[in-house]
Design a protein around this ligand. Structure first.
Ligand SMILES: Cc1cc2nc3c(=O)[nH]c(=O)nc-3n(C[C@H](O)[C@H](O)[C@H](O)COP(=O)(O)OP(=O)(O)OC[C@H]3O[C@@H](n4cnc5c(N)ncnc54)[C@H](O)[C@@H]3O)c2cc1C
Length: 441
């Protein structure tokens, strides 16, 4: 009997990848990924920041967080992650901007640590041979000094990293296809079929051209991000169980900057690869300030083939309704929110000029986006097998139904650990991380 994964975002892809590694699909035990969108990665997994942390999680998630961080590093080491999906350890800063700036008595000395006066702001240090640009105080020149701002280091490259998440997903998808995983796009599961004993024997599917299909399977993973409750309901309409995942929309922008052309290379902090691949990148978390009413986060990160880009996010909207298809989200983009993000990224990374408080826009747009995070009230993901009694009248025999969703702001970081753990559950093995507190019921 086969296995069907519903949802081809990073969680579904990581699950399919680790399952294929452990037990490559065969004609008799096929593995399918079914996604309702005509193209993959138009949702959160394709547009997110790619910030990875080893230990920023609540106790319920800490074991999974540590496993996932290790898996990200190992995957990058084994498959040239720096070049293929921009894996790089990351410096992490926190920026707070004093509303009153340096003119306030008593604050000048502290503020001077980050504030650069006029011309010196534009003076960039070129480190020998590497093309890495630094401000006069040694902070990365990708972040423009802020008047009255204080930049503090809050985490090191030993405990944080970054990736370009869409590129990691593309790698996972490519590997899955090599193993023979079958991918069905523009297709939705409309219900389950059972045998004479009422046990799950497959899924009824409908494609966007209105064709009906049947996929034989006894194992189903629902990993449809913010759509997970809808998918579960369409499969098990008689179940009284509600999957407590809701959508939280978030805007993002990615740009290129003339001050971020080469990621930092620090010989002391080399972690993976060799030579020029020992890149480090930067994350900056900001408190709301006079230039932005919300708390932006900006990631100066690598992309494929050593390209560099800066991603910014932080504007969310909990009132936006989840569309039927992930691909339709682009029609819902509010230009004002994108403009606000543009102002923020210019303020954080634009060109500083003498005497200017507001920085100048010399950034090239790479992409803008809106997508939905799958969030839970508890703030922790849902990972586990759904008890048979919660499937309405459907029995599962030796198979079952698993949920892997609700990763909120941490789905990229937790993706590989989730994929491994869910694959182990499907194979009846002991999970490599303790996820008992993340069960469905
Ligand atoms: C602005 C923003 C920034 C973020 N930054 C970070 C970060 O820096 N680090 C981090 O760790 N996390 C980050 N996240 C969170 C992360 O992006 C998500 O947690 C993660 O991508 C969720 O992955 P997923 O596979 O569960 O869902 P998704 O990526 O949303 O994928 C769900 C898939 O299900 C499919 N689907 C929908 N309906 C159906 C159906 N009926 N049948 C089959 N398939 C269906 C969709 O088409 C889609 O392909 C960020 C999120 C946002 C919004």
């Amino acid at each position: 009997m086969g296995t069907v994964i519903l949802g081809g975002g990073i969680i579904g892809l990581a699950t399919a990848y680790y399952l294929s590694l452990a037990k490559p699909p065969t004609e008799f035990e096929p593995l399918h990924i079914v996604d309702s969108s005509p193209t993959l990665l138009t949702s959160a997994s394709g547009l997110a920041g790619g910030f990875l942390a080893s230990n920023w999680f609540s106790p319920a998630v800490s074991s999974l967080g540590a496993l996932s961080f290790r898996l990200h590093r190992e995957l990058a080491e084994n498959h040239n992650g720096p070049h293929r999906w921009g894996y790089a350890p990351s410096h992490v800063y926190s920026l707070s901007v004093d509303e009153r700036g340096v003119s306030r008595a008593g604050k000048k000395e502290k503020a001077d640590a980050w504030l650069q006066e006029g011309t010196s702001r534009a003076q960039l240090v070129q480190t020998e041979g590497k093309g890495v640009m630094l401000n006069d105080d040694g902070t990365p020149a990708v972040f423009t000094p802020q008047e009255g701002g204080t930049l503090e280091t809050i985490a090191s490259p030993d405990e944080c990293a970054q990736i370009e998440p869409k590129e990691l997903c593309e790698f996972l998808l490519e590997e899955c296809k090599k193993y023979g995983v079958k991918v069905h796009l523009s297709t939705k599961a409309e219900g389950v079929e059972t045998d004479n004993n009422g046990a799950l024997k497959g899924l009824k599917l409908k494609s966007s051209d209105n064709n009906d299909h049947f996929l034989e399977c006894d194992k189903v993973v629902v990993s449809a991000g913010a759509w997970t409750p809808r998918v579960f309901k369409s499969l098990f309409p008689k179940s009284a169980t509600r999957i407590p995942v809701s959508p939280l929309a978030g805007y993002s922008l990615a740009v290129k900057s003339p001050r971020y052309t080469t990621p930092f290379v620090d010989a002391e902090k080399r972690q993976i690869g060799g030579g020029e691949d020992n890149w480090l990148c930067y994350a900056i978390y900001c408190a709301p300030g006079r230039h932005f009413a919300y708390a932006p986060e900006a990631y100066a990160r690598l992309a494929r083939n050593g390209e560099t880009e800066i991603w910014v996010g932080g504007i969310n909207d909990s009132t936006l309704p989840l569309p039927e298809l992930a691909v339709s989200v682009k029609d819902m983009i509010d230009p004002e929110s994108i403009n606000d993000l543009r102002k923020t990224i210019v303020q954080l990374t634009g060109l500083a000029k003498e005497g200017d408080d507001l920085h100048h826009d010399d950034l090239e747009l790479v992409r803008e986006g809106l997508c939905f995070r799958p969030v839970t009230h508890k703030g922790t993901p849902l990972i586990g097998k759904v008890p048979e009694k919660n499937l309405g009248s459907i029995k599962v025999g030796n198979g079952g139904v698993w949920i892997a969703s609700g990763h909120g702001p941490w789905g990229i970081s937790l993706s590989l650990g989730t994929g491994l753990v869910v694959s182990e559950m499907l194979l009846g093995k002991k999970p490599s991380a303790d996820v008992r507190a993340l069960g469905i019921i």
